[in-house]
Design a protein around this ligand. Sequence first.
Ligand code: ADP
Ligand code: MG
Length: 249
Amino acid sequence: MTEVSTDTPMIRVSAVDKYFGSLHVLKDINLEIPRGQVVVVLGPSGSGKSTLCRVLNRLETIDSGAVAVDGVPLPEEGRALAELRADVGMVFQQFNLFAHKSIIDNVTLGPIKVRKLGKDEAREEGMRLLRRVGIADQAEKYPAQLSGGQQQRAAIARALAMRPKVMLFDEPTSALDPEMVNEVLEVMAGLAEEGMTMLVVSHEMGFARRAAHRVLFMADGEVVEDTSPETFFDSPESERAKDFLGKIL
Ligand code: ADP
Ligand code: MG
């Protein structure tokens, strides 16, 4: 029976420590994210949020502990690593699109290379994803011809084209002009509603209240609070969280 796998958390982080030289950036992190859960991560600059994301798709190595995605321990390298990267989609603050490729080519490149889709099939699927994020009419343009909000939506479509099991978002709206923030958050909220497992580093409180099942507050490389959005925003426990919320609200 397949019942076992539904109990396997989509992400399991066990006793993870990470150093940059003598700087201890992740301190004994333990975290399980069930499938379909949306987790928003907040915390002051330098608290280790981006490093946590990068550890989850193995853009960074860890010094001790273990990380598993859908029950599979993080591989070291090679083919298994490419497959893991396909399972874990990532969207960055800076959209990181390929500047010299059209939007549709940005979206189809990974599926053609890694998923071995034919060009026509990749394009059909890519156009479907661009429609889903509302920029099908921009498919033949180059990234620089799009607004920031459109570029970020293209980056989301590109990540989804790999059919990931998990999506990581690292401050996806921080580089956007304010009027473009909502169009990106809308796409993310839609994904959340469809049951995508998501870890979202963002200080957008409206999104957290609406879409998150859970909030993690990080400070100095530690998870200081792990609770519901309501509890976190309305009655944070730690002094560090109160202090942080006092600054962002
Ligand atoms: P956040 O995303 O919460 O702002 P980061 O995970 O980016 O925090 O960084 C955590 C700490 O690790 C910071 O002190 C940062 O300066 C440091 N750091 C991040 N990346 C590197 C790196 N590649 N080399 C050395 N130090 C780094
Ligand atoms: Mg960061």
